[in-house]
Design a protein around this ligand. Structure first.
Ligand SMILES: NC(=O)c1ccc[n+]([C@@H]2O[C@H](COP(=O)([O-])OP(=O)(O)OC[C@H]3O[C@@H](n4cnc5c(N)ncnc54)[C@H](O)[C@@H]3O)[C@@H](O)[C@H]2O)c1
Length: 251
């Protein structure tokens, strides 16, 4: 386990689920944090909890689909803390249909909503992060097991996560010359409000985990550990990877 002491990390999607668990883990390892999320109330609560636990933290309400808001977030981070050593781009949505419709029934609005947040959001974050980052920096994007596999009734989300993997790999190739690493994390079912929304929409008690080796949901902290590793100096030769953390789904 690597100390994150002295590192400044910017996180999106920090108000909930995997993002919040990652913020807590990084803070416990000494990182200074700049948190962003579109949910102002939950973001403020997250920042207060972290602060109360002794973390050095600022927070900014950001819609990742808006490039200028993302720029303000990163510029504010540099103004307050002098640099950005790492970024975790974890904001994302499953979509209003929450894995209940086949592609033949999907709508333009759903396509635009999911692709805009999951793909344009990561695109915006990458561009603004690369503007302020220096040699040695590391970025982790939220991909999914659905960045490499298809799933029925989830075509748009699946396409969005394939796109995140594409952005990750292409940017990693480009940024090698600048010694900036870009990786993705690919979770299976993780116990967060996103999966609860799917279960409610599908009217099931528990999402179908039959494809996983482990017949349980992962805990957000089990993904946070991978993100922290990829942000740390323990992974300095890892770039362009889509790191599986899917309970044995894609194996
Ligand atoms: N939970 C899972 O099983 C799972 C599996 C694979 C991948 N993922 C991915 O991991 C990431 C985190 O998911 P989670 O399960 O923690 O979900 P979550 O719903 O708990 O958290 C997502 C966060 O993103 C924020 N967000 C949504 N739209 C935003 C926007 N436009 N701008 C800024 N913030 C925005 C939300 O407010 C929320 O706080 C997502 O990208 C998701 O696709 C999750």
């Amino acid at each position: 386990m690597s100390s994150m002491e002295g590192k400044v990390i910017a996180l999106t999607g920090a108000a909930s689920g995997i993002g919040l668990a990652t913020a807590k883990l990084l803070a416990s390892r000494g990182a200074t944090l700049s948190l962003a999320d579109i949910n102002a109330k939950q973001l403020e609560a997250a920042a207060k909890t972290l602060e109360a636990a002794g973390a050095k933290v600022i927070y900014t309400v950001v819609d990742v689909t808006n490039r200028s808001q993302v720029r303000v977030f990163l510029e504010r981070t540099v103004k307050e803390f002098g640099k950005v050593d790492g970024a975790a781009n974890l904001a994302g949505v499953i979509g209003h249909h929450a894995a209940t419709l086949e592609l033949r029934d999907e709508t333009d609005d759903e396509f635009d909503f999911v692709m805009n947040i999951n793909v344009r959001g990561v695109f915006n974050c990458l561009r603004e992060e690369l503007r302020v980052m220096k040699s040695g920096a590391s970025i982790v994007n939220a991909a999914s097991v659905l960045a490499v596999l298809g799933q029925v009734k989830n075509s748009i989300y699946t396409a969005s996560k394939h796109a995140v993997a594409g952005l990750t790999r292409a940017a990693a190739k480009e940024e090698g010359k600048n010694n900036i690493r870009i990786n993705g994390v690919a979770p299976g079912f993780i116990d967060t409000p996103m999966v609860t929304a799917v279960e409610e929409a599908q009217k099931v008690q528990k999402a179908d985990m039959s494809a996983q080796a482990f017949q349980r949901k992962g805990k957000p902290g089990e993904i946070a550990g991978i993100v922290a590793f990829l942000l740390s100096d323990e992974s300095t030769f890892v770039t362009g990877a889509i790191w599986s953390a899917d309970g044995g789904w894609n194996c």
